[in-house]
Design a protein around this ligand. Sequence first.
Ligand SMILES: Nc1ncnc2c1ncn2[C@@H]1O[C@H](COP(=O)(O)OP(=O)(O)OP(=O)(O)O)[C@@H](O)[C@H]1O
Ligand SMILES: [Mg+2]
Length: 395
Amino acid sequence: MDIEKAEFTVSGGIRLLEDISLQVKPGEMVALVGTSGSGKSTLALLMAQLYDLSSGSIRYDGHAIGSLCKADISHNITMIAQHPYIFTGTVRENLLYSASSICDELCDLPVDEKIYEVIQNVGLEDDFLHFGLNMVMPKDEGSQNEQKIIQIRQLVAEYVHKKFLDDIEFFDVREFSEHSCLLDNLIIGESVNETYSIDRIIEHIGFMAILKKFVLDQELEHLGWKIEQATIDHVHQKKEGHKSLFQVSSMEAGELIFYTRLLLSLGDGKPQMTKERDALLVLALRYIPDQHTLVDLDPGIKEKIVRMRHFFLSEVIGVDMDNPLKGQALPTQFSDFRPFFPSVYIGTRSLLINIVFGQIKCGMQKSRILEKEIIACCFLLVFLTRSKNRRSILR
Ligand SMILES: Nc1ncnc2c1ncn2[C@@H]1O[C@H](COP(=O)(O)OP(=O)(O)OP(=O)(O)O)[C@@H](O)[C@H]1O
Ligand SMILES: [Mg+2]
């Protein structure tokens, strides 16, 4: 590359570059260094034909930059922007953004293997795995892949269940789950069409009636009040580090003002209005014992929750509780909720939860390792089950 006496003036006569000369031989590596605003990016944009020189010349292998077409430039120059921009769309679309604009006529888009190789080379593999595993698949993708995911779930349950016992809390209708929120503990299921998602379950008359029947409504309200008070107390004491505080509380940072007002209006009294009571109930239903350590859970509540769950699943939804872990046909009586069945894809949960059919117990660092192990097991299991002598190999 040969730059000779390059000059660049923008409108208003502002001269951004003046008398720039520079040669780069094939195979040579050059770093352009200078103070902020000295014109490095401007020069790079000129070299990529994104700006036109005012005077002087830039040549590639003897060819003046002005004589080269856009395709020549884009096939030979790669730019990494100073301020990277991620477009709305899939990761693939973002990665192939520029490639797709130049590959149509002149070449094919990179194959998946090539894309994975690049992802590995730049050290993004673990993040991609984490990102992919922890996303809730869009409805159509979820239903397209439902069968495959259930098959993998069944293989994991059959062959590697024990291996992951320390790190995964598998869904079990008989046990209280320390790693699931109280609502999940109560119904071990999801709201069909998400109408009664966690913040709106209190609108479900049937659910609320059962909560009352088990006298859990008042206990949960009280728990919500404890969470509210502890969270607000901590915010006032600590002043800093609010972010980490909201990881150990079921209140979200954006709700602080609302709950502070509620607490002030309540004083020492009990909530009288339904709206106030509902707001406290929501905090309690979102509460995950193992994570929201700001407040402890009374062991008596756990036992009651499991009893209410049993009632809810057997009497309301119609699950055969003597045989709950077997894949059974979905009961039809109660159409608002769909229990977590081993044979049914959970539309509102991540791919990871669907594969392992449970919650991850371990902290973030260890869970990254676990995710890799799970994927490795899945690949191995799928490979082995396709092999002829799979039974003997698996043993
Ligand atoms: N189109 C323009 N019109 C007027 N001024 C411009 C224009 N583009 C860039 N500049 C100015 O030209 C100067 C050089 O900018 P440039 O972005 O090339 O600097 P840089 O060396 O890349 O700086 P940094 O290290 O901060 O990235 C800056 O003062 C910038 O504000
Ligand atoms: Mg710059």
